[in-house]
Design a protein around this ligand. Sequence first.
Ligand code: NAP
Length: 307
Amino acid sequence: MSEKEIYDIVIIGGGPGGMTAGVYGGRAELKTLILEKSFHGGQMVSTSDIENYPALPETNGIQLSNDMLEHAKKFGAKIDYKGVDSIEVLEDGTKKLVTGGEEILTKTVILSMGSTSRKLGIPNEEKFTGRGVGYCAICDGGFYRNKVVAVNGGGDTAVEDALYLSRIASKVYLVHRRDELRANKTLQTRLFESDVEVVWNSTIKEIQGDDKLNAIVTVDKTDGSERTIELDGLFIAIGGIPTSDLVKNLVDLDPQGYIITNENCETNIPGIFAVGDIRKKSLRQIITAAADGAIAVHSAEKYILEH
Ligand code: NAP
């Protein structure tokens, strides 16, 4: 495409929200481009079994990611593996994106950059990242066959990770800061039926090791007692931080950095929409990201017609 041509929709981020927007944009015969800076699928790629996406009771993250991308491409959406450096709204409302020195013009933008793993911010966390400390059990769990691991967190991700690791490791601890889990009941039931040992009411005070992690020190907040647990691996699964830096001076964000939209996925800037985990919302799932993608394209189409 030459510089003078203008896309109808450029989607920044190729997670489930972005790829669904690709399907809808392509199918509506809108000139649609997905820009993805790493691998299509977003956090979905690091999810092993997916069993809550309708009609696909036995899929997995990589399969669903590839299927969504093929679906978007089938209807004519394009994908380019590039990060976006800046977004500017020109006087006539056209949006100018810069990606590695190249300029892309588009009538509308769908922000779909998702979120990244939250860090604990404790001693040695950074030093041992990749040397015993990880944020993606599905990606790195295979290194811990017959070893002892812990997962930190009490949400769906932490419980899924603990269950996944219990099929590989010899022993799995789940360290959670409260006395009840945030994870859904199905996962909780499975967890309590498994061999995973839950360390309740506890935070991780310190990560110990020489070249690599060999233990964690937990603190029980009910009585202040400390416990040293010898480990080969620790997976931190304490939620995400929205990847909204690119647009922090462009669209309205909530205090946590999530993009504020209305129910039509419209931000406060006309022609800029947001979908998926980066959006302020109550339920961050593949299905809700996909629904956002459909809604955002419907809104973008309306915006294009009206302008
Ligand atoms: P989450 O739901 O935000 O849970 C984060 C967990 O980490 C919470 O248990 C929280 O404790 C704990 N936590 C947060 N900050 C902490 C800190 N500084 N120290 C210790 N613990 C801390 O995150 P998530 O589990 O990654 O899930 C994110 C979204 O994706 C959710 O909407 C979830 O439903 C969805 N998801 C869905 C599936 C699925 O449906 N199969 C799978 C994965 C994720 P508190 O509980 O005390 O706040």
